[in-house]
Design a protein around this ligand. Sequence first.
Ligand code: HEM
Length: 226
Amino acid sequence: MLRKTYQKLHDPKEVIGQVFMEIVNDVAPELKKLFGVDRAPKVTMLKMPKFGGHVARMADFFEQTTSMLGFTENIVGAWQLVRKTGRLHCKVAFMEENQNQLEKNYFTIVTDYFIEQFVAYLTGEKAEPNPAPDEEKNRFGQTYTKQQISDVWRRFFTLIGNQFTEAFEIERQRSLSSQNKKTLAPHQHYKDEADKKKKIRERQSEVETVDYRQGGDLVEMPEDPF
Ligand code: HEM
C-alpha cells in the first residue's frame, strides 16, 4: 500500500520539492543557508544545486525504501538504508552542531511536516504541483481510504524520523569517542615507551641470569661502591 500509493504520484520529486521548500521557508528558515537558498526566490529554489540535490536524494531514498518495503519485501535492506542515511548526516557540520533531541530535532521536524503535508498529496486532498495529463488522471481507482493511507504513511515517516535520530546519535557518539582516543594518543605513546623499556630491562636480567649459570660458579657481584 505504501508503494502503491507512492507510485500513484505522477512526479514525486516535485511534490517532495514543494514540501521541503515549505519546511525551509516557513518551519526552519535557518536551513536556507545550508541548502544555498538564502537569497533564492521560491520559484528558483528547486533549481539551486544544493537544495535541488537534496530533494533529488530524498526522492531516491523514498523510491528505494517504498520499493524495498512494498515490492521486494526486503525489510532488512530498507532498515539498513534508513540507518545508513541517518548516520551519513553526521558528516553535515550543521547537523553535528545543531541536531539535538531536546530543542530541535531536525529529522522529526522534517518527518512531522511530511506527515502533515506530503500525505495530503497521496490521499488526493491536494493536487500535485506537476500533475499528470488529464487522460491519465485517476487511471487507477481509489483502492484505499484516506484514513488507511494516512495511517500507513504516518507510521513510515515516524519510523524514519526515529531511526534517523538514533542512528545519527550513535554515529556522533562513535566519532566523539574516536576523537577522544586521538587526543589521548600522546599518553598512549608514553605508555608504549615505558612498556618497551620495561621489556628490555626484563630481557637483560634474563640474559644476566643465564650468563651466571653458564659460568658454572657464581660470579661474585662487585661490592656496591657506595
Ligand atoms: C526525512 C528527512 C531526510 C531525508 C530522507 C534525507 C535524505 C538524505 C539523503 C538520501 C542524503 C544523501 C546521503 C548520501 O548517500 O550521501 C542526504 C544528504 C544530506 N542531507 Fe539529508 N535527509 C533528510 C533530512 C535532512 C535534514 C533535516 C538536513 C539538514 C538540516 C539534511 C541535510 C543534508 C545534507 C547537507 C546532505 C549532504 C549534501 C547533500 O547530499 O545534499 N537532511 N540526505
